[in-house]
Write a protein that binds this ligand. Structure first.
Ligand SMILES: [Zn+2]
Ligand SMILES: [Zn+2]
Length: 120
């Protein structure tokens, strides 16, 4: 996770004007799998099209913005796409273990098939 300096936040708005100030993720967290070797990549703005604006930063504290094409790989059953960029290192996001998603799936699995509607 990194905090984008204001110059990069403004730069991101320039690169993705449709996102507007509130569409900019100014504290992006790295979406590559843990313990990778290259620069960290966090999604900053993704409005439309097949690319997105990413923050690229190093552990030494240097950061810049880069427009990168989306990764087009999806899961074998085609239900989940990858949230990363083209040619990223490490695993695709749908291959990563997400403890929050796993917990949510466990809860859904235990739900009865018919849900009572809440009373109006
Ligand atoms: Zn990283
Ligand atoms: Zn991918």
């Amino acid at each position: 996770m990194t905090l984008l300096p204001i110059a990069l936040v403004l730069g991101a708005i320039e690169m993705e004007p449709d996102a507007g100030l509130f569409g900019i993720q100014d504290v992006p967290s790295c979406m590559i799998q843990d313990l990778h070797v290259g620069a960290h990549h966090g999604l900053v703005a993704s409005e439309k099209g097949d690319d997105a604006v990413w923050a690229v930063w190093s552990d030494e504290g240097t950061a810049h913005l880069q427009r990168l094409l989306d990764c087009t790989t999806s899961s074998a059953d085609d239900t989940e796409g990858c949230g990363l960029y083209d040619q990223h290192e490490g695993r695709h996001t749908f291959e990563l273990y997400d403890p929050q998603r796993a917990a949510a799936e466990a809860i859904v699995a235990m739900m009865p098939l018919t849900q009572k509607k809440p009373a109006d």
